[in-house]
Write a protein that binds this ligand. Sequence first.
Ligand SMILES: NC(=O)c1ccc[n+]([C@@H]2O[C@H](COP(=O)([O-])OP(=O)(O)OC[C@H]3O[C@@H](n4cnc5c(N)ncnc54)[C@H](O)[C@@H]3O)[C@@H](O)[C@H]2O)c1
Length: 262
Amino acid sequence: MADLKGRTVFITGSGGLLGSNYVRRMLASGARVVASDLPGGRAEELKERHGKNGDFRFYELDVTDEAAIEGMFHHVMRDGWEPNVVLNNAAVTGELLMGRGQDFPDLANTRTEDFEKVIRTNLTGAFMVARQMDRDIVGRYPATLINVASMYALRGPHHAIYDGMPFRNFSAYGISKAGIHGLTVWLASYWADRKATVNTISPGAVFNGHSEEFQRRVSDLVMAGRMARPDEIADVVLFLASEAAGYMTGQFVNVDGGYSAW
Ligand SMILES: NC(=O)c1ccc[n+]([C@@H]2O[C@H](COP(=O)([O-])OP(=O)(O)OC[C@H]3O[C@@H](n4cnc5c(N)ncnc54)[C@H](O)[C@@H]3O)[C@@H](O)[C@H]2O)c1
């Protein structure tokens, strides 16, 4: 288990399937956790679960809101904590869109404004958080950024596994996730002389109550023969957030059960 004592981790999109797991596991590993997310049920659940823990704080943050991001770290610092780990985790995901009752048009019918909305959250939002880290944190003390990509960042999806499913893989998702690693490698060299590191984690497909049929289709593409458990992704995120990963920067870390090795 990673030792996160002395780490103050700022996480975007903390209330989701993986984010809520990271919060729980990081607190258990000795970190202070500054969780953030859109207002709503997920945020309330997090606050209910961890609100009494002195190492936990929650701030509402929409990563598409430039002004809010610009004030974010100052706000946290004014409250007495200095984040030295930042996790760009927030994203518009297929399951998020499904939960909002949105449909999944084919490429020919994808509206530019919908494409741009996803890019704004998944990529521009991550850029703005990183830029703010550059302004407020990088160079003041050693710090690390973890960007979250996907098994679909550097590889095309197997579109057929979504046939008949209530959600699909959509173009803006994979494209935004490829851009995320572009952000990582660009920053890695830019920040090198200021003792800041940055890496990408690329989770495989995480089980979240999917149908037997969907599990079977995905599992056939994965050497491990099954979907991931949130804890298996968290184990690696915690490592990347720890001092033990201090000699890693600019890396694309696959945690995908072997999906990308075939
Ligand atoms: N679950 C998987 O199988 C999987 C696989 C590969 C990569 N990922 C990536 O891991 C990360 C977490 O995924 P998840 O499965 O927990 O997804 P999720 O949909 O459960 O959670 C996403 C979170 O992002 C938040 N969010 C969305 N728009 C936001 C905005 N504008 N501002 C702030 N927060 C916003 C949501 O409120 C939610 O809490 C994402 O970057 C996702 O792309 C997930």
